[in-house]
Design a protein around this ligand. Structure first.
Ligand SMILES: Cc1ncc(C[n+]2csc(CCOP(=O)(O)OP(=O)(O)O)c2C)c(N)n1
Length: 565
């Protein structure tokens, strides 16, 4: 017998049918029918956030850590607009998120109704696709389609806007059918031209004196770790990992050089500038990586492997472009290359290495991150916020397991770490999850501690407290004559804050306190906050000035040589 369901029930059912287990959301008028139906679907765990921005970041964190679609829900108007930053972050970093928003009833659309916002128009440029559902009979297929679109090909966010009356409309429930909504097909490269690209890339690698592998987020999304490592090891080619490529290649591997770009180490950027062949896998060559593109890698022939054809040649000129899945193409390239070594080139690169810079006084980022690593190494995922600490976390933590570094790279959205870490925790309940923020970014979304307490989410929160919006202060120091306009930032007493939420809190002012504080925070059964009092005016070195060449870094004073015996 035909089963008649409301649109809200259909929404819940299609999410369950699509394998969704967790939803991050916040109720309100236009999404109330959905929230009415939700308790009848106990397989959907709903996490009530304190701000819809957090719902989108948490869904993003869940998606990045699980490789599955992350789902967030909000009401119309302010609920929907609060999702926007999170969707933009997911869009910039190719993260599969599905957002469901309530909308005012169809008869009210376009009449400036209470809490009406054109969220379809607003999110058009920051979603892979979005849908306004006009009829309940389309709803199930739209949800199925959205879940598929978000994750297939290059992942990204998708938004479904559902008017309140459509949520209340009734329709016959129909089991999953193949998606019937026509979609433009990806413009694939022809098999012949992929074969040709692989042959040409293999020839370039064979003839190169100074080849370099540049590895990005696409390697993590395609889980191409083993293939990329095998390619590097068969050819001896040194590897650099972009901010979002960190943890795609093991730190400490003799071929791993580090992170390139604005805050990349001098020897990494010099390697790029001296390379004669660059093989880029799953990266965008974005401006934080290339600096001024006119002076980027001018000696290099560039091979670019990416799933998204639009990326090939977008930012840098490419000699060989191969459109395809990073794992598949790297596997084929691995079969096509001859074994070789690059020892002289590696030695040459290590000759660019600078003596260690003077460490900041007192509690250094190195010491904090090594304490976190030692206390949590077995299974730990690090989620960072945006600013100076983000660069320290990228450069100083030794990532040995794949996909254990999660950050908002493309959008650089402060406030990301704390809510994204909630999603990471739900995707990886057996990992220790550290959200590492500055005192600025932490204050943007620290209200989510309440979510963690209510939902029993064991996230460990580190606050690097330097009393400044540190990265902006650093730019003011370098480029604005030290005019620290509006960057000193006051913080509340984080120990009292932790106490107010009923969770453990620690303040570390001296390196001797590190092991105990981090160990106790890790051992606490739920969330915990650790505030690290770091040097106020420490800087991240080296730094390529914005728009500058990778060849011209601002460098730190080297550490003073030890006094002679
Ligand atoms: C939402 C948002 N607003 C503003 C910025 C610009 N911004 C980039 S880094 C930064 C300072 C971050 O300060 P803090 O969180 O204290 O971290 P720190 O740099 O001190 O480690 C600012 C304001 C941003 N990236 N995101």
């Amino acid at each position: 017998m035909a089963e008649i369901l409301t649109g809200a029930e259909i929404l819940c059912r299609t999410l369950v049918e699509g394998g969704v287990e967790v939803i991050f959301g916040y109720p309100g008028g236009a999404i109330m029918p959905f929230y009415h139906a939700l308790p009848d679907h106990p397989r959907l765990r709903h996490v009530l956030v304190r701000h819809e921005q957090a719902a989108a970041h948490a869904a993003d964190g869940y998606a990045r850590a699980s490789g599955r679609v992350g789902v967030c829900v909000a009401t119309s108007g302010p609920g929907a607009t609060n999702l926007v930053t999170g969707l933009a972050a997911a869009h910039m970093d190719s993260s599969p998120v599905v957002a469901i928003t309530g909308q005012v009833s169809r008869a009210m659309i376009g009449r400036d109704a209470f809490q009406e916002t054109d969220i379809i128009g607003i999110t058009l440029p920051i979603t892979k696709q979005n849908y306004l559902v006009q009829d309940v009979t389309e709803l199930a297929d739209v949800v199925r389609d959205a879940l598929a679109v978000a994750i297939e090909g290059r992942p990204g966010p998708v938004l479904i806007d559902v008017p309140k009356d459509v949520q209340n409309q009734k329709a016959e429930w129909k089991q999953s059918q193949p998606p019937r909504i026509p979609r433009a097909r990806a413009r694939d490269q022809s098999p012949g031209s992929i074969d040709d690209g692989i042959r040409r890339a293999a020839r370039l690698i064979a003839g190169a004196d100074r080849p370099l592998l540049m590895v990005g987020h696409g390697v993590i999304l395609a889980q191409a770790y083993a293939e990329v490592r095998a390619l590097a090891e068969k050819t001896g080619i040194p590897v650099v990992t972009t901010l979002l490529g960190i943890s795609a290649f093991p730190e400490g591997h003799p071929l791993h050089l580090g992170m390139p770009g604005m805050h990349g180490e001098v020897h990494v950027n010099r390697a790029i500038q001296h390379a004669d062949v660059i093989i880029g896998i799953g990266l965008r060559f974005d401006d934080r990586v290339t600096g001024n593109t006119a002076s980027f890698a001018r000696q290099a022939r560039v091979v670019h492997i990416d799933l998204d054809r639009a990326e090939i040649g977008k930012n840098v000129a490419v000699d060989v472009g191969i459109v395809g899945d990073a794992r598949e193409i790297t596997r084929r390239l691995l079969a096509a290359v001859e074994p070789r070594r690059c020892e002289r080139w590696l030695e040459h690169i290590h000759g660019f290495t600078r003596p260690p810079a003077a460490s900041p006084h007192g509690l250094s980022p190195e010491a904090i991150l090594s304490a976190i690593c030692e206390a949590s190494e077995a299974r730990c995922t690090i989620v960072s916020d945006v600013g100076q600490h983000q660069m320290w976390v990228a450069k100083l933590y030794p990532y040995r397991r794949p996909n254990t570094h999660i950050t908002s790279g493309g959008l650089g959205a402060m406030g990301f770490a704390v809510p994204a870490a909630m999603g990471v925790h739900l995707a990886r309940p057996d990992d220790t999850v550290w959200a590492i923020s500055g005192d600025g970014g932490f204050q943007m979304n620290m209200a989510e501690i309440a979510t963690m307490v209510q939902e029993r989410l064991s996230v460990k929160m580190a606050v690097f407290n330097n009393g400044y919006l540190g990265m902006v202060r650093q730019w003011q120091q370098f480029f604005h004559g030290k005019r620290y306009s509006c960057t000193p930032i006051w913080s509340p007493d984080y120990l009292k804050l932790a106490e107010a939420y009923g969770i453990p809190g620690y303040r570390v002012t001296d390196p001797s306190e590190l092991t105990d504080a981090v160990g106790e925070a890790n051992a606490a059964p739920g969330p915990a906050v650790v505030e690290f009092m770091i040097e106020e005016e420490a800087n991240v070195y080296p730094m390529i000035p914005p728009g500058g060449s990778l060849s011209e870094p601002i460098e730190a004073e080297p550490a003073p040589a030890p006094a002679a015996g």
